[in-house]
Design a protein around this ligand. Structure first.
Ligand SMILES: N[C@@H](CCC(=O)N[C@@H](CS)C(=O)NCC(=O)O)C(=O)O
Length: 326
């Protein structure tokens, strides 16, 4: 794994020395928005009009952030409008690769590149920063629209509505305050909290992450005993953002990232809720457990130097969940 500096690849693992052993996630660099008419969004430049076939999504099926984008592509009926390239699950010294010797790894379907960093360099030959997924690419301008998943899902939520006729809204105006509030806690302590636990290089940094993580799971278990979804009786982006962490938890984060006070299957409401979201139309196809389990265990050499991929239990995500549906 490495980082781009002025368009050159520098091989380095996350540096936790400066932060007392704590993992800190970088901010994303490309922050433009696709909009219905091409006007500028909340950040970045304008010129990215919603059009069928114009945009391409680069993902890893292993990655919870890229997974958000895949879910919104499915929910919003965008499969025929936005095509996808999926990287290989092994992320080694050269970062995400387009090798195709793993089921579901498509290679770079636009340019035949060898690595995801090549897409960043193509967008900006002097680019600096981590070469992360997801990447939303504009074929018309040869630019990266965005590499920030929280914003990609918001644009997919509305920008293509006139083209698809799908007006399902996962960020409705009257629930935004509630959604933003739960997102903030879940992002810090859970979505990113699993990484902070797993990548911590001191006991103190690990404990600073793992105790709040389980406080949040306890809080969610109680909340989901009273209501169907995080923001009440409507399914929103807050649920999908939580889902991509929950669905990876027992198979990866529990063992590999040492988030092991409990598993999701030990929480009756959270586990039923995870199954309900998994069974939502279109979602199961976005979940590729073989990529998820292989990626983390094989790629993180500092955590798992022998790259042994565990056998894991086989939780039944398709079992009846007994919860309401939206
Ligand atoms: N802020 C980004 C984070 C994306 C991210 O960190 N993706 C990981 C994969 S799960 C990645 O590509 N990491 C490669 C690296 O850090 O070099 C987003 O939410 O879109």
């Amino acid at each position: 794994m490495g980082v781009l500096i002025d368009g050159k690849w520098s091989d380095q693992w996350y540096d936790t020395k400066k932060t007392g052993g704590a993992f800190q996630r970088d901010t994303s660099r490309f922050r433009n928005w696709i909009t219905a008419d091409g006007s500028a969004g909340p950040t970045g430049e304008g010129g990215f009009k919603a059009e069928a076939g114009r945009y391409h999504l680069y993902v890893s099926y292993a990655c919870p952030w890229a997974h958000r984008a895949l879910i919104f592509r499915a929910l919003k009926g965008l499969d025929d409008l936005i095509d996808v390239s999926a990287v290989h699950p092994d992320m080694l010294d050269d970062g995400w690769s387009f090798a195709t010797d793993f089921p579901g790894a498509t290679g770079d379907r636009l340019f035949g590149s060898s690595h995801i960093r090549d897409i960043y360099i193509r967008a900006d030959p002097k680019v600096s920063g981590r070469a992360t997924v997801p990447v939303l690419w504009d074929k018309a301008q040869g630019k990266i629209v965005s590499n920030e998943s929280s914003e990609i899902i918001r644009m997919l939520n509305t920008a293509f509505n006139d083209l698809t006729g799908n007006t399902d809204d996962y960020y409705p105006a009257d629930l935004r305050l509630e959604i933003d509030t739960v997102n903030a806690r879940i992002y810090d302590t859970l979505n990113n909290g699993v990484y902070k636990s797993g990548f911590a290089s001191t006991q103190a940094a690990y404990e600073d992450a793992v105790y709040p993580l389980f406080d949040t799971l306890d809080w969610l278990e109680e909340r989901l005993s009273r209501q169907t979804y995080l923001a009440g009786d409507r399914l929103t982006e807050a649920d999908w953002r939580l889902f991509t962490t929950l669905v990876r938890f027992d198979l990866v984060y529990h063992t590999h990232f040492k988030c092991n006070r409990a598993r999701i299957v030990d929480y009756p409401n959270l586990w039923a809720y995870t199954r309900a979201l998994y069974q939502h139309p279109g979602v199961a196809q976005t979940v590729q457990f073989d990529h998820i389990v292989r990626h983390y265990h094989y790629s993180h050499e500092t955590i798992n130097p022998h790259r042994i991929v565990p056998i894991n239990p086989n939780p039944d995500f398709s079992a009846p969940h007994g919860r309401g549906t939206a």
